[in-house]
Design a binder for this molecule. Sequence first.
Ligand code: FMN
Length: 218
Amino acid sequence: MELGILTEGINEVIATTAGACRKDESRGESESTTTTNTGNDALPLRPNAAPMGIFCRKGRIRMRVYRGTHTEENMRRNGWVVANVTHDPVVFVETAFGDIGADRFTEITHEGTTFWRLKDCEAWAAFRCTVLHVSEDLSVFELHPVAEEIISCEVHPHNRGFSSVIDATILGTRYVMFNDPAMLEKIRYHRDIALKCGSERERIAIKKLDEVIGISVD
Ligand SMILES: Cc1cc2nc3c(=O)[nH]c(=O)nc-3n(C[C@H](O)[C@H](O)[C@H](O)COP(=O)(O)O)c2cc1C
């Protein structure tokens, strides 16, 4: 299978899907903006965004998504996902722990199905997905490319600060999910690199991460 904008290995992207419920609502805060699905059913759906890894190995494209996440529920329900490529570290933290406004999404219609992507992404790829395997903890999906677009060709020299925000955010999601204090030392390590090597955006991302974790890692 052609990988398109994705590359061999694990691609860390922002996955957009649509569903009936979002993270803020799970925490009891209501978000009033709704959007109507023009796909198979007519239920009001809200676009959702979350960082996810997309595995490209030997020409196959797959995702391993934890049960209990909105992304997993939405992919199983609607059978599609959009991979959004962005180098903005703040979006990774925002979407890992909370919801972004519906005004930050835009619609794509392809052969009668409406998908949502991030407005501010550098490239996106829409996929239909089929369930390969479901266990108690996670679902494995096979992804089939539908459409894609490169919006910006801006070059990003490698920045260790950006990479460390990604690592610290993944560790942060595990810390929040499993309340594992062993994660804190690793978060502190990546936090220091992000602050040393990153730009103002990395510093904003780390500040948001500190707030979510709720304790000082200094
Ligand atoms: C860079 C990055 C990659 C991630 N990859 C995955 C993944 O592949 N599968 C998964 O289930 N969660 C992954 N997560 C954690 C989810 O983003 C996190 O659980 C999120 O809250 C899910 O949001 P949702 O409920 O809106 O789907 C990742 C987090 C980060 C920061």
